[in-house]
Design a binder for this molecule. Structure first.
Ligand SMILES: NC(=O)C1=CN([C@@H]2O[C@H](COP(=O)(O)OP(=O)(O)OC[C@H]3O[C@@H](n4cnc5c(N)ncnc54)[C@H](O)[C@@H]3O)[C@@H](O)[C@H]2O)C=CC1
Ligand SMILES: O=C1[C@@H](O)[C@H](O)[C@@H](O)[C@H](O)[C@H]1O
Length: 336
């Protein structure tokens, strides 16, 4: 039984504690921590877990074999570094850290440790629809890929959400997804700014990102974070001899009064419910078996941060911004 400690018991922390304690096999939650002591006590109490006053105490707890970091982004680095220092596997929610410099410090710490401990929570890689889409692409069913059209739509966002977050917090999922989908890096980024959605107040929303991939594929990503009708993730790949797209994910279609209705999920919890289950079950199995984390690495977290930093610069300047990655350490060589 893998004994996991969860740092950060907000929205996704609670979701992950629920799935670790009631859905997944071979795992138990033995400890939680959050700067909000009341929420930590409530979540820890429900899970029968020890509540630590600080994340560092949780990492040091001998009853914690592996750590889940689910707090807000600026605090990810300190806990991921603490877990690496303790030699404990750590699953960190996206983004790995808010800046590429912080991500690189994590990469360097893991390289110094000498084996992989870190996985980043880019769950599209575990989503059935995204995996099927990649299968179609990899089998050559639509020929050589030329372009991909993506949309990432949220019904709404909290009041602290800034326009840069459409890149660093929202489109960062597509940034990771297309690196995985096409097995190529992103070479340059542009950001186009359309007419503003008045439902977002002063927030510049939507945005249109153009990602140029090193294999020549061009990707456009619409971020609309005040779309109101629900949570909608779209993707269509245009190949030389066909197209392939994420299908409708609604399990039930209602036909009545001359209309067909497909319910739209309210938010990411419903849309990616099964993907998070698969993501964490595969992680638990690998870690409990003494293996390497089976998902996106600290290097992937770093690469996504470099692209999202370039996106923020492109938004600020209106120019194309080139992406330049550090040299990839051997620890993250493909196939390792
Ligand atoms: N993979 C995915 O689809 C999603 C990932 N996320 C990511 O998960 C992380 C958390 O997001 P939410 O749960 O939505 O935020 P939230 O605001 O609901 O929860 C964050 C929690 O972190 C706690 N916290 C803040 N600083 C802390 C510190 N220094 N030590 C310990 N706890 C601290 C807060 O008190 C709060 O309870 C973010 O990095 C976010 O980007 C969030 C939603 C979906
Ligand atoms: O990661 C997530 C949030 O943090 C982010 O704010 C949302 O835009 C994404 O859809 C969600 O998956």
């Amino acid at each position: 039984m893998l004994r996991v400690g969860v740092i950060g018991t907000g929205m996704i922390g609670q979701e992950h504690v629920r799935r670790l304690t009631t859905v997944l096999n071979g795992v138990t939650v033995t400890a939680v921590a959050d700067v909000d002591a009341a929420v930590a006590a409530e979540v820890g109490g429900r899970a029968g877990a020890t509540v630590h006053p600080a994340g560092e105490d949780l990492v040091a707890d001998p009853a914690v074999d592996a750590v889940l970091v689910c707090c807000w982004g600026p605090a990810h680095e300190q806990y991921v570094l603490a877990a690496i220092a303790a030699g404990k596997p750590v699953f960190c929610e996206k983004p790995l850290a808010p800046t590429q410099e912080a991500c690189l410090r994590i990469v360097e710490a893991e390289v110094a440790h000498g084996s992989r401990l870190v996985q980043v929570g880019y769950m599209r890689r575990f989503d059935f629809a995204h995996r099927q889409l990649k299968l179609v692409l990899d089998r050559g069913e639509i020929g050589t890929p030329l372009m991909m059209h993506c949309a990432h739509r949220n019904a709404g966002v909290p009041s602290f959400y800034q326009k840069e977050m459409a890149i660093t917090d929202t489109a960062v999922h597509e940034i990771d997804m297309v690196r995985w989908m096409f097995g190529a890096e992103i070479a340059g980024v542009r950001v186009l700014v359309p007419r503003r959605n008045s439902h977002g107040g002063d927030l510049q929303d939507p945005l249109l990102l153009i990602l140029e991939m090193t294999n020549g594929v061009l990707v456009d990503v619409e971020t609309s974070v005040n779309i109101r009708y629900g949570y909608d993730i779209r993707g269509e790949i245009v190949g030389e001899s066909g197209t392939a797209s994420l299908g409708s994910l609604s399990p039930v279609a209602v036909r009545r009064d001359g209309r067909v209705e497909h319910p739209v999920p309210a938010d990411w919890r419903a849309r990616f419910l099964a993907a998070y289950d698969v993501e964490l079950q595969e992680w638990v199995l690998a870690i409990a078996g003494g293996g390497a984390p089976p998902g996106p690495s600290a290097w992937d977290g770093y690469a996504a941060a470099v692209v999202s930093d370039a996106g923020v610069a492109a938004l600020r300047t209106g120019e194309r911004v080139a992406v330049s990655l550090a040299e990839r350490p051997k620890l993250y060589a493909p196939g390792r």
